[in-house]
Ligand binder design. Structure first.
Ligand code: TMP
Ligand code: ASP
Length: 236
């Protein structure tokens, strides 16, 4: 498939058209932002790691019957995916308190939940991605009741699969964010990425943070954390 014009540039990825309207190419950047773009930086090598890690995990999801936008890894940083309309919801699954859960509700980080928490935010930078519930999302026309139900059950299945994959390499899946998209054929698929940018990974033994919180919170060893996750999950 041939790469054509750039369609979109996001904070961490660019999207290019191809000669087939059903497919686009995503290209992962080393750029990193936090707090709605207020904090900006670069994480050397991040684009290549996030590309390969996302693709590996999406292939595993596909193998377990979970549809994703993934088609084919084209290069270190570029992947062919199905063109979708993104459902404007950030779908967050939490197993352990951290981040906004801890700050919003005034609790410590590290509380292990008896069952996972699924949470939706309205994907809207100007409004700072406000938290919303199913009824809000439906009232705003962001998704139908059926789609919300499908998204929730899919997110919970993905949580179980990812928790197992990560446990095998000594990592606790604290929380993560998913995005879903609809193909022209109307299929709801997992889109965007699954990487240290969009997940919280804690070393199961030491609790060391191996994700983008090292950048968000200026903890140092940012590149090293991405490289460590790459070694554990991708073997390099
Ligand atoms: P939060 O605790 O800040 O709400 O983050 C929950 C999860 O979502 C965490 O794994 C990081 C991820 N996340 C994103 O992928 N994009 C974002 O813009 C934010 C705020 C969080
Ligand atoms: N990348 C996101 C932003 O700049 C935030 C984050 O991942 O913390 O809005």
């Amino acid at each position: 498939m041939e790469k054509r014009e750039q369609l979109y540039e996001g904070k961490a990825k660019k999207v290019y058209a191809t000669d087939d309207p059903a497919f686009v190419i995503v290209s992962y950047k080393d750029d990193a932002t936090a707090f709605d773009g207020a904090k900006k930086g670069t994480i050397a090598g991040k684009g290549a790691i996030n590309n390969r890690m996302t693709n590996m995990l999406m292939r595993k999801l596909e193998a377990r019957g979970i549809p994703t936008h993934y088609v084919e890894e084209l290069s270190e940083r570029e992947t062919l995916v199905k063109k979708v309309n993104i459902v404007p919801l950030e779908v967050i699954v939490r197993n352990v308190s951290a981040g906004h859960f801890a700050s919003r509700y005034g609790v410590a980080e590290g509380i292990v939940f008896d069952s996972p928490v699924v949470e939706f935010s309205y994907k809207n930078d100007e409004l700072h991605d406000p938290l919303l519930n199913d009824d809000h999302a439906i009232a705003l026309g962001l998704a139908t009741r059926g789609e919300i139900d499908q998204i929730r059950s899919c997110a919970l299945r993905i949580n179980e699969l990812l928790k197992d994959i990560l446990a095998e390499v000594g990592v606790t899946l604290v929380d993560f964010k998913l995005e879903f998209g609809k193909t022209a054929a109307g299929e709801l698929v997992v889109a965007d990425e699954i990487s240290p940018d969009t997940c919280r990974f804690w070393d199961s033994r030491t609790g060391e943070k191996l994700d983008k919180d090292r950048f968000r919170r200026d903890l140092g060893n940012v590149e090293e954390a991405y490289e460590e996750m790459s070694r554990r999950l991708l073997g390099s």
